[in-house]
Design a protein around this ligand. Structure first.
Ligand code: PLP
Length: 453
């Protein structure tokens, strides 16, 4: 019988995360203090994050031990299986072997708990009692709610109003794990009250929700803010995905020609890709592709610049590909990919030619997701559909060129709480959104006000 899944024993799970900062051919530019234009110091971030995570954010150490308490929680669902998509291969009829890392097996349904667990642990170890965060469609909010529950922390999630109303199931997951979930804009922060006074029917945005969560955290001595993507320490925690995949491929004598992930803020893509970026930096010939929406083409069309991570300009200036911190993406269903910026680490590796971005339209991503569901069975999250669209494109290219290829991708989450989006797609109610050139010009003007990286 053909082998479909490659497992690691629990004892084979990696015990360290990989920090690519130590291997960068050209060092990463530092985040800047918007007031002084100087690199920020750990103290500048102390009111927002606990010092142990700030140290990790800035650490040059190549390998960082995963604490025993975090390993214990990871073992609830890790190591995740590496699966071969034989049925998708058959449909495509291409000379490729497609492997995917199934991160949808976590209790919250995506890769997000890999960092949520670690962040809850470090905050608890630092004496923090409560975490606040934002969430769009709810994947991140639910992952952090679960992690806080496991480490005995209170959790408050500001969920973008329109999703709060339209997608109640993620909110119910958060509440089941004991978190409080507020529709954002809310009436419990000054930011929220101000928005509501001007726009009582505001549908909310990720920008408003981030500002509310930071305000909620900073006003209180034993609470902190938590972010589910973009930052170095978040990407670090996700590297367990790629490290496991390397061990699993090694077991069956395979090595990928192409590594693919979808990219919103860059964390799940980094998780699968960074260990392979290390190999590429050390001479391996391999394509590493980040798949993003054409309606929010941060890597493929956004200028590389210093910009803020949020609408209210409360974060430091980050060196990244950005469509402008005030950019409001079209209402595509891949809510986790509707972000104006991109992780500085990923942006830097794009500039250095290690990683390549590709953009896909909403309809082709759902088509790819449906092909996957109808061959492999699992229904992917709309974000994951972008990675699958890139996999299919690469497979068909290999067929045209008559080249054999091994493709590895990150199956970042399941879509069982996003079925309304498949319903809309199947009913012909979804559209493509091409971003006009004027929007890119506008982005250039926004970031033109800040120092150039
Ligand atoms: C399933 C899934 N994949 C991908 C993403 C994109 O985020 P990131 O780029 O940080 O992995 C999200 C974000 O919510 C998600 O829920």
């Amino acid at each position: 019988m053909k082998e479909v899944k490659v497992f690691l024993n629990e004892s084979e799970m990696p015990r360290q995360w990989y920090n690519i900062l130590s291997d960068m051919p050209v060092p990463l530019r530092p985040p800047l203090h918007p007031g002084t234009g100087q690199p920020i110091s750990p103290d500048d971030m102390a009111a927002i994050f606990p010092m142990n995570l700030i140290e990790q954010e800035m650490s040059p150490q190549q390998w960082i031990d995963i604490p025993e308490e975090v390993l214990e929680k990871y073992l609830i669902w890790r190591p995740t299986p590496l699966c071969r998509a034989y049925n998708l291969e058959k449909l495509l009829g291409a000379p490729v072997r497609i492997y995917y890392k199934n991160e949808g097996t976590s209790p919250a349904g995506s890769h997000k708990p890999n960092t949520a667990i670690a962040q809850a642990y470090y905050n608890k170890a630092f004496g923090i009692k409560r975490l606040s965060t934002e969430t769009g469609a709810g994947q991140w909010g639910s992952a952090l709610s679960m992690a806080c529950c496991m480490f005995g922390l209170e959790c408050r999630v500001f969920m973008v109003r329109v999703s709060y109303d339209q997608k109640p199931y993620r909110r119910i997951m958060m509440e089941t794990w004991g978190a409080q979930c507020f529709p954002s804009p809310s009436d419990i922060t000054e930011t929220g009250k101000k928005v509501l006074a001007e726009h009582p029917d505001s549908p909310g945005s990720l920008g408003i929700a981030i500002s509310e969560a930071i305000e909620d955290a900073v006003g209180n001595g034993d609470s902190r803010y938590s972010l589910g993507s973009v930052l170095n320490h978040v990407l670090l925690h996700q590297t367990i995905i790629g490290l496991e995949a390397q061990r699993q491929l090694e077991k069956i004598g395979e090595y990928p020609d192409v590594v693919i992930g979808c990219a919103g803020g860059g964390s799940n893509f980094a998780g699968i890709a960074l260990p392979f970026c290390r190999d590429k930096i050390n001479g391996k010939d391999i394509s590493i592709i980040a798949a993003e929406p054409s309606s929010c083409p941060t890597i493929t069309r956004g200028p590389y610049a210093y910009d803020f991570g949020d609408l209210a300009m409360t974060t430091p200036l980050l060196p990244m590909h950005s469509l402008g911190h005030d950019f409001v993406p079209a209402p595509i269903h891949a809510g986790g990919l509707r972000y104006h910026g991109m992780a500085p680490i990923i942006s830097h590796l794009v500039k250095e030619g290690v990683i390549e971005g590709r953009a896909y339209h909403q309809l082709e991503t759902f088509d790819a997701g449906i092909k996957f569901a109808r061959t492999e069975g699992f229904i992917p999250a709309p974000e994951t559909d972008h990675a699958i669209a890139a996999v299919i494109e690469e497979a068909l290219r290999a067929k045209e060129e008559g080249k054999e290829k091994v493709i590895l991708f990150n199956w970042s989450g399941h879509g069982l709480v996003d079925l309304a989006s498949y319903d809309a797609y199947l009913a012909g109610k979804l559209f493509n959104y091409e971003l006009p050139d004027e929007e890119i010009e506008r982005a250039r003007k926004v970031v033109g006000q800040y120092p150039r990286p």
